[in-house]
Design a protein around this ligand. Sequence first.
Ligand code: PLP
Length: 402
Amino acid sequence: MAQAAQTPEAPSVTERAQDEAFWQQVAAQYDVEPGPINLEYGYFGRMTRKALRNYEENLAYVNRSNSVYVRQQFDSVDSEVIRAQLASLVGAATHEIAITRCASEGLQSLIRNYNELRPGDQLLISDLDYMSVQTAMRWLAKARGIELIEIQHAHPASYDAVLDAYRQAFENNPRLKLMALTHVTHRTGLVMPVQAIAALAREHGVDVILDGAHALGQMDFKVSELGVAFAGYNLQKWIGAPLSLGFIFVAEDRLLSVDPDMGDGRYPLDELLSRVPYGTPNIPALMTLPTVFEEHLAVGGSAVKGARLNYLRELWVKPAREIPGIEVLTPDDPRLCCGISAFRFTLHADQDVMIERLLREHGLFTVARDGSACGPCIRVTPGFTTSAADVAQLVTALRALA
Ligand SMILES: Cc1ncc(COP(=O)(O)O)c(C=O)c1O
């Protein structure tokens, strides 16, 4: 009797991450302009061709149909379906999510509308938080006459050092009430152990506003399980949505700790939608989200995307650590790293000059970053069209230029 054919086992996430043939197929779903090898996908990601076409169709349709579609269907029905899909994708209840035009807009509205501050309270930021969050927290401190505590993270970073920095800040500043925290920091790609820091913050009565801009789509998490009540995200980095979309998360039981934005009166007090700035959104971009989510999940979602980016990181970071004259700033502790990492040329003072040389002499596009206590660096961010061969070119360039 003929033996039943065995169904091949599905590849593990690690196997998927390293399967160049699979990623070539993924890469073929994107149109890419000829030019340098892009290692700066940290700014924003690319839409697949399918998502882009859908976006173009939506733009044309909204332009044709105008307010007839938007008032009759989008505002009351479609926007809520999209909101529910987004909530399900990120692991939150629909009423805990409100869409914004970017991460900064959402984070700034959480910061300015947080209403639990009392005279004598303190706020906390770190040198690794994003500029728009740092400036908003400085503004909040000034506007409310509240002390702002600014800490600097030790370099090189370690799991214990990061936690100790926050523990010390909480112990030294017992009146701390609110802090900013960045899930994946934009300068070095350092991943903050959010759950551990949030647990510590809770013990000290400190609320956390989490900046998840770089985390969504490459870190595998449910926002409701991170232990933070407030968070802001965008959708253009690793999810692959059109530019101009973000959202906030506010845990259901903490909604009343955030005031309606600028006295918004469109919604009842128990509706999160009143907590984000008023304005007509990019409706065609929002309409594209179901296609974007479908594409994101078809590749394997955040788990597979994150594993791929981590694998590409490893391909350059491992050899780079052995090159004299190169310092990789981002630790290899799997709790603290993701696909984004940073390095610097230790024998060349000006990293801006070196990104120019990477581009001109080796056809590699990267970005210089500074402003944190760990000093100037060059950030390397592969994307879903990056191949192992592209990353090998970076290693060759580092050897030549170090
Ligand atoms: C860590 C971090 N937070 C916030 C932002 C701001 O995101 P948006 O441009 O959507 O406001 C960025 C953008 O790169 C970021 O890297």
